[in-house]
Design a protein around this ligand. Structure first.
Ligand code: FE2
Length: 258
């Protein structure tokens, strides 16, 4: 998957070969091609026809999401995040980032979806690999009314955004993905990847506020006013993006999760 991300374009034969060697992915692609979401003219049984019906972009995103599944479907134990919840939230932020761009009439930069999908991977690093004690962090966040990432920095000297970025840097993911993961809570950077950072940052907040992809967890998370202004995002456009994102996620998640 990482090598796929470094290519400017992926051809259909390569995609077909990857999918045919991964039975669970092959069944997900066929189920999506035959679902109400895509079905128009009869049943599809071959991977090639499924790619033709869904389009290489959609199928590539399924390959990316499935490829990173073993990583983001892990339980962030210390954060008390069940595996399904972080996975759903990650897919939701990826899709919502795209929908915000579409509703704004902007083409999202390459890898926005992947960056959205991986934005909270640092929670797996801190929560499961390092098994940090979350009590002092959560306590400080509640007591001082500060966000979790600021509390993480105070207690641990590093936050989940930075630890996720370090992991992905070591895995040679595209630099734009690493940048977005690193700054998704502090988006006002004035860097080349600013649009991508803004899209994922605002999508993350929108997913919490509108309960997109989450199972009943309602956290208050306000997006940066500067991000909203840079995107020229009105509440009307945000609501429309949230609505379409919800519909897409509801039709996709059962196919991914089974
Ligand atoms: Fe985060």
């Amino acid at each position: 998957v990482i090598s796929l991300l470094s290519k400017p374009e992926v051809d259909i034969t390569e995609l077909k070969t990857i999918i045919e060697h991964e039975p669970s992915l092959a069944s997900s692609v066929l189920r999506l091609a035959n679902s109400a979401y895509a079905r128009r003219y009869g049943e599809i049984v071959s991977i090639k026809d499924a790619i033709m019906r869904l389009g290489t972009e959609t199928v590539l995103k399924m390959v990316i999401a499935t490829g990173f599944n073993p990583l983001i479907a892990k339980q962030a134990r210390s954060y008390d995040l069940p595996p399904e919840m972080l996975w759903k939230h990650s897919v939701a932020v990826a899709i919502t980032s795209e929908e915000i761009a579409r509703k704004l009439g902007t083409v999202e930069p390459a890898h926005t979806y992947t960056a959205g999908l991986l934005h909270d991977v640092g929670k797996i690093v801190l929560g499961s690999c390092l098994e940090i004690d979350p009590e002092p962090i959560l306590g400080m966040a509640l007591r001082e009314r500060i966000s979790i990432d600021i509390a993480e920095q105070q207690v641990l000297g590093i936050d989940h955004a930075e630890s996720g970025a370090i992991l992905l840097e070591n895995w040679n993911l595209p630099p734009s993905v690493v940048e977005v993961v690193r700054w998704h809570h502090q988006p006002d950077r004035g860097v080349e990847t600013q649009l991508m950072i803004d899209l994922v940052h605002v999508a993350n907040a929108l997913c919490y506020v509108c309960d997109i992809g989450l199972t009943g967890v309602r956290l208050k998370m306000c997006p940066s006013c500067e991000s909203v202004a840079r995107l020229n995002l009105t509440s009307e456009v945000a609501e429309k993006a949230a609505e379409t994102a919800k519909e897409r996620i509801e039709s996709l998640l059962p196919i991914f999760i089974g």
